[in-house]
Design a protein around this ligand. Structure first.
Ligand SMILES: [Zn+2]
Length: 572
């Protein structure tokens, strides 16, 4: 069977043919003597369910996929034939070029990644929306006439050409009847495309751009010709929780069992995978734990909408904290470093949506405008793009603070949580580490790469778990918060409560529980007190992050005793 017949069968089967006919009749009925000579356009939107097409008419899918323009032309032919098949006389005055089908695609299967060197046929692009212009008008229908008034010399174009067309009879240059021009609206959208350094710009028209929001990932289906690139459809990428039957990476599962599912033990061990070649093993554990919790919270935010945990590390400005952050950021789906090449805070925040925006240099080095926009974004949950607001969908990691200055308490209160950065505790270990690296430079081993992959996969698996607080846990968090506020309101801002709850929930999530328990709360509070600027509420010996999980257990037990007294809560 000929392809055109198959297409006809398809549009007939799916009742599009009937719609086309009705569309033609309505169009013809509305025409009058006056409008007829103005060459009005007839458009029909054909929404193709691609999975259905693949199933029922694979040959048509082949054409749509490899030669989309040909497919569209075949659809135009059918629409024009529908028009010709009506029994109204005005049909004879309608020209082929007045008629066009706009194709929209839905349920498009994920195709092979397109090779950007030779875009051919229907191209799939996976991109994160970075910027969006205001709507502007564009021409989709223009009529050109001959100055010599040659009969039947009108030319209808679906765009404005660079050079006006010529009359096919007398060769004069045609002029445009600007009154007959038809315009639609379109926006210019910039996308960060997966695995491409340069962002890509697309023009997105009428019915498609209302679906767009900044910082969201889309699959675009575009048709590239020599002159123009046309977006035929776009679909938002929605992350779904992993099915409960998915298997946990073997090593992580063993670790979980060995830790008996106790949150601080398990999360401590899991976090020690981060940055093994950057600093001595099991140093900066407080920071690594916070980074792991933050990474989990971002993924969970994308799936369940739960709160994001931001990380602010305090301490001396040594290179370690920045480097560990940069290394840990590689575990996120995407990360943007705010610095010389990405200097606009709002762009960096939107560009890191679903991932991390890292400020690896000490905060005071950044321009106060950059710091102010980042802090406002965290505080309000919105990024100001200059033309509007869009939701903050990334975690901010910053460092390097001198907490003696009053203003820094304000920064800390925005983050809600301060994490222990480099306070000079690991001086000896670092010297040994540097010496050893100088003698035997250690590359990254296969095991380390696998361990990081496991952590990444594990985060993906647990991110979709919805977690609640039970009453005892909520009481403990609340009584700690109130007791701590009494002690020092500057150290414990209102934002701290949100951060405490988010940390507690994320701890439960990492242990694959749907209810957070007292252990999670103790862990969250311990992280909070240990990170607080000195003098801290609890004795220093309860607040160290040791290089060994057994010592950590002792510390947590003593901390629990202290917490019981501090809060007057006997549920521990
Ligand atoms: Zn002419």
């Amino acid at each position: 069977m000929e392809l055109q017949c198959k297409l006809l069968l398809y549009v007939d089967n799916r009742s599009y043919l009937n719609d086309m006919r009705e569309n033609c009749v309505n169009f013809l009925e509305q025409l009058t003597e006056k409008t007829l000579c103005k060459f009005p356009p007839l458009r029909f939107i054909l929404e193709v369910d691609v999975m259905d097409l693949v199933d029922a008419f694979p040959e048509l899918w082949e054409i749509l996929f490899t030669e989309p323009i040909k497919f569209q032309k075949m659809c135009n032919d059918i629409l024009f034939a529908c028009l010709q098949a009506t029994d109204m006389e005005v049909k004879d005055s309608i020209e082929y070029a007045q008629v066009a089908v706009t194709i929209r695609l839905k349920s498009v299967p994920r195709l092979n990644e397109s090779n950007p060197c030779h875009y051919k046929g229907l191209v799939t692009i996976d991109g994160l929306l970075l910027t969006l212009s205001k709507p502007e008008s564009y021409v989709y229908h223009s009529v050109w006439s001959c100055p010599e008034e040659c009969e039947g010399s009108e030319v209808i174009l679906h765009y404005i050409p660079k050079h006006p067309p010529k009359c096919y009879m007398c060769k004069s240059i045609l002029f445009e009847n600007s009154g007959l021009r038809r315009c639609g609206e379109r926006v210019t959208a910039t996308f960060k495309v997966k695995d491409h350094l340069q962002p890509k710009i697309f023009l997105i028209i009428d019915d498609l751009f209302s679906k767009l929001s900044l910082g969201t990932r889309y699959i675009l289906h575009v048709v590239v010709t020599k002159k123009v690139t046309t977006v035929w459809s776009l679909e938002k990428i929605i992350l779904l929780p992993a099915p409960i039957t998915s298997s946990i990476p073997k090593d992580v599962e063993e670790l979980f069992k060995a830790c008996k599912g106790i949150p601080w033990k398990f999360i401590y061990c899991l976090a020690s995978t981060i940055g093994v070649n950057i600093c001595p093993l099991n140093c900066f554990m407080h920071l690594k734990i916070n980074l792991l919790l933050s990474l989990t919270s971002i993924k969970a935010n994308a799936i369940t909408g739960s709160s994001i945990i931001h990380v602010l590390a305090g301490g001396f400005d040594t290179r370690y904290v920045g480097e560990i952050m940069t290394e840990a950021a590689k575990l996120a789906d995407r990360s943007v470093i705010l610095g010389a090449s990405n200097s606009v805070a709002s762009t960096a925040l939107i560009g890191s949506s679903g991932g991390v925006c890292v400020l690896p240099l000490p905060l005071h080095i950044y321009h106060h405008k950059q710091v102010a926009s980042v802090l406002t974004a965290i505080e309000t949950g919105n990024v100001n793009t200059g033309t509007g607001l869009t939701t903050l969908k990334s975690a901010v990691w910053a460092q390097g603070m001198d907490f003696k200055k009053m203003i820094l308490f304000n920064v800390a209160s925005v983050f809600g949580n301060v994490c222990r950065g480099d306070c000079g505790e690991y001086y000896d270990e670092i010297i040994d580490f540097v010496l050893q690296q100088a003698v035997v430079p250690a590359g990254i081993s296969k095991e380390e790469i696998q361990a990081l992959k496991d952590v990444r996969n594990y985060i993906d698996l647990v991110a979709g778990i919805e977690v609640d607080l039970d009453d005892a846990t909520e009481n403990l968090l609340r009584s700690y918060f109130l007791a701590a506020r009494k002690e020092n309101t500057k150290c414990v801002s209102v934002g701290s409560m949100n951060a405490l709850v988010a940390t507690c929930l994320t701890s439960a999530r990492l242990c694959r529980r749907s209810v957070a328990n007292v252990d999670d709360a103790v862990f969250a509070i311990w992280l909070h007190v240990s990170g607080s600027p000195e003098p801290r509420f609890a004795p220093d010996e309860y607040l160290q992050t040791p290089a060994d999980v057994r010592k950590l257990q002792k510390i947590i037990y003593s901390f629990k005793d202290w917490l019981e007294q501090f809060t007057g809560n006997c549920s521990l």
